[in-house]
Design a protein around this ligand. Sequence first.
Ligand SMILES: CCCCCCCC/C=C\CCCCCCCC(=O)OC[C@H](COP(=O)(O)O[C@@H]1[C@H](O)[C@H](OP(=O)(O)O)[C@@H](O)[C@H](O)[C@H]1O)OC(=O)CCCCCCC/C=C\CCCCCCCC
Ligand SMILES: Nc1ccn([C@@H]2O[C@H](COP(=O)(O)O)[C@@H](O)[C@H]2O)c(=O)n1
Ligand SMILES: [Mg+2]
Ligand SMILES: [Mg+2]
Length: 232
Amino acid sequence: MLNKFARAFFTRVFKPLAAFLLRIGVSPDAVTLVGTAGVMAGALVFYPRGEFFWGTVTITLFIFSDLIDGNMARQSGRSSKWGAFLDSTLDRFADAAVFGGLAMWYAGKGDDNLLCAVALFCLASGQVVSYIKARAQSLGLKCEVNGLVERGERLVVSLVLVGFSGLHQFGVPYIEWLRPIGLWIVAVGSAITVWQRMAAVRREAAEADAEAAKANGTDEGNDAPGRVEEKA
Ligand SMILES: CCCCCCCC/C=C\CCCCCCCC(=O)OC[C@H](COP(=O)(O)O[C@@H]1[C@H](O)[C@H](OP(=O)(O)O)[C@@H](O)[C@H](O)[C@H]1O)OC(=O)CCCCCCC/C=C\CCCCCCCC
Ligand SMILES: Nc1ccn([C@@H]2O[C@H](COP(=O)(O)O)[C@@H](O)[C@H]2O)c(=O)n1
Ligand SMILES: [Mg+2]
Ligand SMILES: [Mg+2]
């Protein structure tokens, strides 16, 4: 949903910065790489030590590079398959670092096995949400349902709630409760999204198999000779 509604806004906001970076000779790939490194450093240096405010500030400074790189590629007419692949692949590293950093806190000084497991579930389910779409598309399906919690939602919910929970370090009382609330929201939302995307792909796969069977004049479905399948 955020991807649909916020993207146009951020495209306008970041257009001048993207144009400036292109003018001084920075490439979209460099922005993708530096942005990911910054997000990972922010998450893995600060979160395991319980510095949630400064960790989130650092991550937030770098995370917008993910909207700037594509903006630069489109403005310069240099959108490429490699760029799309690099962008999506590095997104997975950045997401893993955010939830991995939180899991490391709970496995260490935060000392909470349940929340460590919830953070690991957020990490894994977020990767699965993205994998479902990528795998469906590699099979020629569309995975037309994006679901409840896409990457934008995962990041906004976790960064806002984890970031504000960090104000506890500066004496704000009770606010540390926002962090587990954020993790539980992302965990439940991601589980629902996995289910929504799998159901959509199941439906699309059944339709595609039925069409292939019809085209081959057989109703053997999955075993129809004309079935296009890619071995994983
Ligand atoms: C005291 C400060 C208070 C500040 C409060 C701020 C509140 C801000 C509230 C809202 C900000 C809204 C920002 C919304 C931006 C969302 C834009 C968006 O949706 O971008 C989507 C984009 C998706 O990336 P890609 O298309 O490049 O990637 C694809 C995606 O990953 C797919 O994944 P899937 O959806 O399938 O899981 C993959 O399938 C595909 O492979 C891949 O290509 O996401 C981004 O570009 C990431 C940018 C997200 C921006 C996060 C903004 C963080 C906002 C707030 C942080 C607030 C911090 C508060 C600090 C508080 C400290 C006290
Ligand atoms: N290094 C890059 C990064 C991105 N692209 C292109 O932008 C698309 C992603 O746009 P975002 O606004 O989500 O960043 C991606 O699919 C590529 O077409 C690129 O070429 N090089
Ligand atoms: Mg990007
Ligand atoms: Mg991206």
